[in-house]
Write a protein that binds this ligand. Sequence first.
Ligand code: SF4
Length: 351
Amino acid sequence: MSATAASVTRHDWTLAEVKALFTQPFNDLLFQAQTVHRQHFDANRVQVSTLLSIKTGACPEDCKYCPQSGHYNTGLDKEKLMEVQKVLEAAAEAKAIGSTRFCMGAAWKHPSAKDMPYVLKMVEGVKALGLETCMTLGKLDQEQTQALAAAGLDYYNHNLDTSPEYYGNIITTRTYAERLETLSYVREAGMKICSGGILGMGESLDDRAGLLIQLANLPEHPESVPINMLVKVKGTPLAEEQDVDPFDFIRMLAVARIMMPKSHVRLSAGREQMNEQMQALAFLAGANSIFYGEKLLTTANPQADKDMQLFARLGIQPEERHEHADEVHQAAIEQALIEQRDSKLFYNAAV
Ligand code: SF4
């Protein structure tokens, strides 16, 4: 298949076609993915989001990869729903270090009626700061979805995790059909979808292809597709899983890019375990979104600095927020880049 033919937006992918994409020579796959990427995006821009856990641990679901599940003993400190004001302070800090989107995650099966008013206030407040808003709160009903949209929620994250065939090995407390139903409510309410999955859970190539087929064959592609590498946490059932071959992970990003050419493909969990060369390869494969992460909210944060240094060395700039030009925000990004340029540690490979 030529790169040009592959860039057409499709919703009818078959398993055989997708496996053929996966199994072609690595360089051919990367060339094709990069070609498709350049038809829809500036290849030197990466969107930056910040993730904050607004309610941590004691989740009733049994996702086998997750340290927040109440089914496993991982020693995680449990926290109640954060106060609205604290969430808004974290959002303001995220904005100051260059994030354009603020993602708030709660470890719930679904939001309760008691918690919804606070959640809606968080959306309204973060939106008022000039950030895009994203939430992940578990399963939603139609009424909740409509309320979140009315409050100004831009994105809802709800991952499919893996293929329908493998799903039962990973989660037993929520069905695949329920996940798809939540995604359909999100669309009906006019919000954007963030949905992806995880590699390294013992899944086969067919399962990786099957996940991407589910996402790409939705009536509309998710605007954001997070591809996660399993972070093995002691106490979870997947703690001893085998590592994913880094090249197989890059292949997953590249195939996602080809199948969903206009979506942001996000290099998500597991990025901290990846060296800089692998991250650079991920951007070449078409990944164009990253998380700064919830622990990375202060300007002195070394990981955030490291990310900015890598961006600068690769000649990558954080993507601007397009909908509402925001001079303050753009100035913050430019300032961060200038500081990196001035840093003695910075070697600019772009000049
Ligand atoms: S629903 Fe989310 S927070 Fe709860 S166990 Fe699954 S992945 Fe973890």
